[in-house]
Write a protein that binds this ligand. Structure first.
Ligand SMILES: Nc1ncnc2c1ncn2[C@@H]1O[C@H](COP(=O)(O)OP(=O)(O)OP(=O)(O)O)[C@@H](O)[C@H]1O
Ligand SMILES: [Mg+2]
Length: 312
């Protein structure tokens, strides 16, 4: 029988239950890590279609949450051109590969963005998670477990499309935030992503944010369009997280390599990101046992290891 954990998105298929925390040889014993650490909420920001605003939403939601006093870590899991570091004018020197090589600590790799938000820049290591060795997996989990100040929220800006990496991050996260805009291809691609995650990967709960809308009605209508098809064909639960208006100030901020919430805090987009941040703070907290950052990394790893076993 399948079990659904309300505080975690994914089903735990029997086949990978043997790979739950602490079961990876050489990893840190589960009980010692998960009980004391405060819960970290992991939010994967995704969309199906590219260019609809994932990086804008991740960066601005992250900065808005930081401004409200949360400790935020934004992980850039996209190797595309419009990266988080470019958008925020940060200059990465190291990435996770340097951590895996034992040359740098995770703290060395992290950059500081607006309002103290920390950023882990993109690295090809994340795309090739499946190719990392077992020891590297363990090293990665250890690096996260040794963070001096674990974040309250870990945001993951995923790549465009429906790649293995998008599936892996969405599956391991507590919340999957799907960005859509009012274009047929954005809606069909978001639907395709939701369909794949629910039918093949046991992810059933999604939060939807409508981006670049011209009115709040357009946002709620967009949400209705999407739920009309998901309710009809899929066994999923979609929650409306709100809308971000189309705003020239956001474009201006992108050109200045700044977050709109930082550069133009009174713009319509910035106010909407503030609301979105407030809303995310009200989402139910993840269960303590599933709320540690190393648990999330371990989920990424076990997903890949389970896949390697299932599809040699
Ligand atoms: N609410 C908005 N108002 C105005 N422009 C926006 C808004 N959201 C995004 N944009 C514009 O769209 C561009 C693409 O956004 P962004 O890079 O965030 O999309 P993405 O989904 O991360 O793209 P990719 O799939 O390539 O990673 C931004 O550079 C910005 O100029
Ligand atoms: Mg992007």
């Amino acid at each position: 029988m399948r079990t659904f954990d309300e505080n975690h998105n994914a089903l735990i298929p029997g086949s990978i239950q043997g790979l739950m925390p602490g079961s990876i040889p050489g990893s840190i014993p589960a009980g010692s890590r998960h009980s004391a650490a405060p819960a970290v909420r992991v939010i994967a920001v995704t969309s199906g279609k590219g260019g609809v605003g994932k990086t804008s939403v991740s960066a601005n939601l992250g900065v808005a949450l930081s401004m409200s006093g949360k400790r935020v870590l934004l992980m850039d899991a996209d190797l595309g051109l419009a990266n988080v570091d470019v958008m925020l004018g940060l200059q990465p020197i190291y990435n996770l590969f340097h951590v895996l090589a034992g040359e740098r600590t995770l703290e060395d790799v992290m950059l500081e963005g607006p309002a103290g938000m920390r950023v882990i820049p993109a690295s090809s290591g994340l795309k090739g998670m499946a190719e990392l060795s077992h020891l590297e997996h363990v090293g990665l989990i250890r690096a996260f477990s040794e963070l001096r100040t674990p974040p309250d929220v870990l945001l993951v800006d995923t790549a465009a499309g429906i790649s293995d990496s998008v599936v892996t991050f969405s599956k391991a996260a507590h919340e999957v935030l799907v960005v859509v805009c009012d274009e047929p291809s954005s809606i069909t691609d978001a639907y395709a992503l939701i369909k794949l995650l629910s039918r093949e990967h046991g992810v059933f709960r999604f939060r939807i944010v409508a981006n670049m809308v011209r009115s709040s009605q357009e946002g709620s209508e967009l949400f209705r369009k999407l739920t009309r098809v998901t309710d009809r064909f899929l066994d999923t639960s979609l929650d409306y997280a709100g809308a971000i208006p189309f705003d020239e100030y956001l474009r201006k901020a992108v050109q200045k390599q700044r977050a709109v919430v930082d550069a133009y805090p009174r713009s319509r987009a910035a106010l909407a990101f503030g609301k979105l941040a407030q809303k995310t703070r009200q989402w139910p907290a993840p269960q303590a046992a599933r709320g540690s950052i190393e648990f999330f990394i371990e989920q990424l790893v076990t997903h890949n290891e389970a896949r390697t076993v299932a599809f040699p």
